[in-house]
Ligand binder design. Structure first.
Ligand SMILES: Cc1cc2nc3c(=O)[nH]c(=O)nc-3n(C[C@H](O)[C@H](O)[C@H](O)COP(=O)(O)O)c2cc1C
Length: 382
């Protein structure tokens, strides 16, 4: 279908067309790093497939001609329920790296989560921002260094702390092992003020420089006590990213965590973990209304966003599609990807006879009959 689509070359009209354009432009091993998942990439595929199991239940004759997708979160009203997910090493996608993404997100009035592993400092990114920023924290072996990142994020005006909890060690990303993937010498984790370890830049088939670096740096014994301590050490709202079960949601709520991001890291960590959408209802139940619930993984259409809302998400994060926009067209591409997705969401809301994001409930979706048409990914990683 895409082969004959000349328009996709110059003017993508959806996220899949951005993927196609980006794939042509990206350096192959960087594309693999961005597109890939762990092991057999079953969880990566499951994230997409999960959305196909639900259909929308539109209501007719609503008499409403406006839609409002704004969402109140942690004391401020975000213009839309879309957030830019934390993605490390964006210098792989564009020379301006995260600066372009922050600018692109700002132009689309969309909040962004900045990764610990950004190629620009969190302070530089705060200066370039015109929409809210949250900081994503990887807990490092050195607790002082970890806390210093939190303090820097607070001082720079970040509005929430997202602690990623699904990566005590890195998933085996076989594409990277095959490619001997390593970070190019001109890119470094700029928030970590020490010299980057040589492993990060050493390309050797059968190893991943990024995985070796994670092994050296990250706290492999990350536990609830670390998270509870961090919660006490900051006044920022704290979210846990990577929760997939009712039990962990219950515990997060009971220790006062403010938000949960239902996520399997875009299928890059435990292969065999469930699709995020599939476990959203049980996480919502476990949290029992005590935490705000966000979701990421596999969102590629406005209707996906609506299904996530109907199943209990307050907001969603978008990962790889942001990189497609960044690769294809820099900051403008990021803005365009976010605008396309928001326009699709508003359209879907209107065609479902709804006017407010906050009023969407479970009655808007039903399980699809088995053997329905189904969305088929034209290429892997989309
Ligand atoms: C290239 C890449 C780098 C990522 N880096 C981070 C990171 O630094 N921190 C983090 O918490 N998650 C990271 N993630 C996971 C994303 O935040 C998000 O969970 C995932 O991409 C969502 O799935 P999607 O790509 O299908 O939208 C990364 C994902 C990708 C594709």
């Amino acid at each position: 279908m895409f082969e004959h689509n000349v328009g996709a070359e110059s003017n993508p009209v959806n996220l899949a067309e951005y993927a196609r354009l980006a794939r042509k432009r990206a350096e192959p091993s960087a594309w693999d790093f961005i597109a890939g998942g762990s092991d057999d990439e079953r969880t990566l595929a499951a994230n997409r497939a999960a959305f196909e199991r639900w259909t929308l239940r539109p209501r007719i004759l609503s008499g409403r001609d406006t839609v409002d997708v704004s969402v109140p979160l942690f004391g401020r009203t975000l213009a839309s329920p879309l957030l830019v997910a934390p993605i490390g090493y964006q210098g792989l996608a564009h020379p301006a790296a995260e600066v372009a993404t922050v600018q692109g997100a700002g132009a689309a009035h969309t909040a962004m989560v900045v990764s610990t592993m950004s190629n620009r400092t969190l302070e530089d990114l705060a200066r370039a921002a015109s929409a809210p920023l949250w900081f994503q924290l990887y807990c490092l072996k050195d607790p002082e260094l970890t806390l210093s990142l939190v303090r820097r994020a607070e001082s720079a005006g970040y509005e929430a702390l997202v602690i990623t909890v699904d990566m005590p060690r890195m998933g085996r990303r076989e594409r990277d092992l095959r490619n001997g993937f390593a970070l190019p010498a001109h890119l470094r984790p700029s928030n970590l003020l020490m010299e980057a370890s040589p492993e990060l830049h050493r390309s050797q088939q059968g190893t991943s420089g990024v995985a070796l670096h994670v092994g050296q740096l990250f706290d492999a014994a990350l536990s609830w006590s670390t998270v509870e301590r961090l919660k006490q050490q900051t006044a920022l709202p704290v979210l846990l990213k990577g929760v997939l079960t009712r039990e962990d949601a219950q515990r997060a709520a009971s220790v006062g965590i403010d938000g949960i991001i239902v996520s399997n890291h875009g299928g890059r960590q435990l292969d065999g973990a469930p699709a995020s959408l599939d476990v959203l209802p049980e996480v919502v139940e476990g949290a029992g209304g005590r935490c705000r619930i966000l979701l990421d993984g596999g969102i590629r259409r406005g209707t996906d966003v609506l299904k996530a809302r109907a199943l209990g998400a307050d907001a969603v994060l978008i990962g790889r599609p942001i990189m497609w926009g960044l690769i294809a067209r820099g900051a403008e591409g990021v803005t365009d990807v976010l605008r396309l997705l928001r326009a699709e969401l508003e359209q879907a809301l209107a065609l479902c006879g709804q006017s407010r994001w906050t009023e969407i409930d479970r009655s808007l979706v039903a399980l699809a009959p088995p053997c329905g048409g189904g969305w088929s990914a034209p290429e892997e990683g989309l």
